[in-house]
Design a protein around this ligand. Structure first.
Ligand code: GLN
Length: 524
């Protein structure tokens, strides 16, 4: 076992009743408040699924795949952490059952457990505890907040809960249990039974909550709080309302008003806090005021879900910086009439994969280019901007290898390093890379370089760089001696910029991404 930093304190966040209660937001909000005490807070997320990372899952089922600086594809909860906190997450901070089992089985094959029967307890649970403690030591963390994904009672997360139970006996810990408190219209009551049952399930695995957070439509009323306190063996100030709010950025403020971090600080004996939340509160105020712009995100499906979470949040961060909110509309590009875009102040063509909806996106790009409508192209968005330009300005029968039929000129082609890769997990060009900038993007970033995160297999085909530039589409951000096109832009346009990266992964509520900021400014 690694030498542990005994000063680290541990907060566990579990969930009951059902999934999707926003445990990630609870963890991020509590962490935000604790950060105001000048503490280094490191978030860890534990997922039950057997995928090694979420990169191979369907984002329409599981939500957006978030990419970290180091190129690891992680659960979208990391997006909340990075947007709320002053941290850049690391791949190791997202445990999955896939990662844990892979490690235990590797050890077994190497003979590290020779002579032993390898078991869930203690071998798997030890592996988890070591993993957690290694992070605490490596990061020199004051607080580690461990969010256990899923719901108490699930088969999938049992061994994380067992590891947490053991930690409760070995370290200074605090446990926040998030549950659902439904409102029954017929009796006009908030019902606490599901919470009681989920705390019972928690007790069955040897855990007692220190705080119960009740997700509900409205704030918990006094009677409900009393009841939960009584049945769950917590004080009334340890029962916390987590009602529906106008913006998720209000959650830390709402927890603050209920003294959540005061309570935790008392229990864990944490230092005094300064009031760094003033700027945060101001930004929340902006975010619920008049919109500064109406922006369309042009995607593949009509029922847009969590797949563009970071894009949406990055737009909000920029708006709050500019003193207002942003109205976002999702427009499906399957069967789109580009004139629909007339009422928009700006258009985002987000990242994507495959051929569905591609022609509609290309039509939308053409419309923005010709009608001087601000356009921000992200990853696939940049690639399609290049295809559109090649078709309509260069007059080529152009496509990308990703969707072409093989006869066109492939102005977007597989990255050299991608050829012949058959495995799909974690094999794209992933993580942060630094581009050399010129032109407008150089002004936008206020620097001759920009580091942003990537997640792609294809790139602008270098054979066409010259032709594109000669005809007015400038490749204003590059890498590897201009071999890779990282940014493209049009000079005589209000805003027509595409990036091969995903700058939305690098935007937080209190420091918006420069490219998003410039885009939103241009829409005004
Ligand atoms: N499908 C494109 C590629 O793999 C774009 C990926 C993306 O938008 N994230 O290169």
């Amino acid at each position: 076992m690694p030498e542990r930093d005994s000063s680290t304190k541990w907060i566990f966040v579990t969930g009951g009743v059902l999934s999707g209660l926003g445990k990630g937001l609870v963890s991020a909000s509590v962490s935000k408040l604790l950060e105001q005490r000048d503490l280094k807070v490191v978030p860890i997320k534990c997922d039950g699924y057997l995928n090694v990372d979420p990169g191979t899952m369907n984002p329409h089922e599981h939500g957006e795949v978030f990419v970290l600086e180091d190129g690891t594809e992680v659960d979208m909860d990391f997006g909340h952490y990075e947007r709320f906190l002053d941290v850049k997450g690391k791949g190791d901070w997202n445990l999955t059952s896939g990662k844990i089992f892979q490690r235990v089985i590797d050890r077994e094959r190497k003979g590290e457990y020779l002579g032993q029967t390898v078991q869930m307890v203690p071998h798997v649970t030890d592996e988890i505890k070591d993993w957690w403690r290694n992070i605490a030591t490596e990061e020199d963390a004051d607080i580690v907040i461990v969010e256990v994904g899923g719901t108490v009672g699930d088969m999938e997360n049992q061994f994380y809960l067992e590891a947490a139970r053991q930690m409760r006996g070995e370290e200074e810990t605090y446990l926040i249990h998030t549950t659902l408190v439904p409102y029954l219209e017929t009796t006009g009551e908030q019902k606490t039974k599901p919470t009681q049952h989920s705390v019972k399930a928690l007790r069955e695995v040897g855990l007692e909550p220190d705080m119960v957070v009740g997700r509900s439509e409205k704030e918990l009323d006094e009677k409900t709080k009393e009841k939960i306190a009584l049945f769950c063996d917590v004080d009334e100030n340890e029962v916390v309302s987590d009602p529906n709010l106008d913006t998720v950025y209000r959650i830390p403020m709402m927890f603050d008003d209920q003294g959540v971090d005061e309570t935790i600080a008392r229990e864990l004996d944490l230092p005094e806090r300064d009031d760094g939340m003033k700027d945060w509160r101001e930004r929340v105020g902006n975010l619920v005021s008049e919109p500064v712009a109406k922006v369309a995100i042009c995607g593949k499906y009509t029922d847009m879900d969590d797949s563009y979470a970071s894009v949406e949040e990055a737009l909000k961060h920029a708006a709050a910086e500019l003193g207002g909110s942003v109205e976002i509309e999702y427009v499906s590009t399957e069967g789109i009439e580009p004139e629909e875009l007339d009422e928009m102040d700006g258009i985002v063509i987000p990242g994507g994969f495959g051929s569905r909806g591609v022609e509609g996106k290309i039509d939308a790009i053409e419309y923005c280019r010709e009608n001087d409508i601000p356009l921000l192209g992200l990853c696939y968005g940049l690639q399609l901007m290049v295809v559109e330009y090649a078709r309509n300005v260069l007059g080529l029968e152009a496509a990308s290898e990703e969707f072409g039929n093989g006869h066109e000129e492939m102005v977007v082609a597989e990255l050299p390093g991608q050829k012949g890769i058959e495995e799909k997990g974690g094999t794209m060009r992933l993580g942060a890379y630094t581009a050399e900038l010129e032109g407008r993007v150089k002004e936008v970033y206020g620097s001759s370089t920009a580091s942003e995160r990537h997640r792609h297999r294809y790139e602008v085909n270098p054979e066409y760089h010259e032709k594109l530039e000669e005809n007015g589409l400038s490749i204003s951000g590059t890498m590897q001696d201009r071999e890779l096109a990282e940014y493209v832009e049009l000079e005589d346009h209000r805003f027509f910029i595409g990036t091969q990266a995903h700058p939305e992964f690098n935007s937080s509520f209190q420091s918006p991404n420069p490219l998003y900021l410039a885009f939103l400014e241009a829409t005004k």
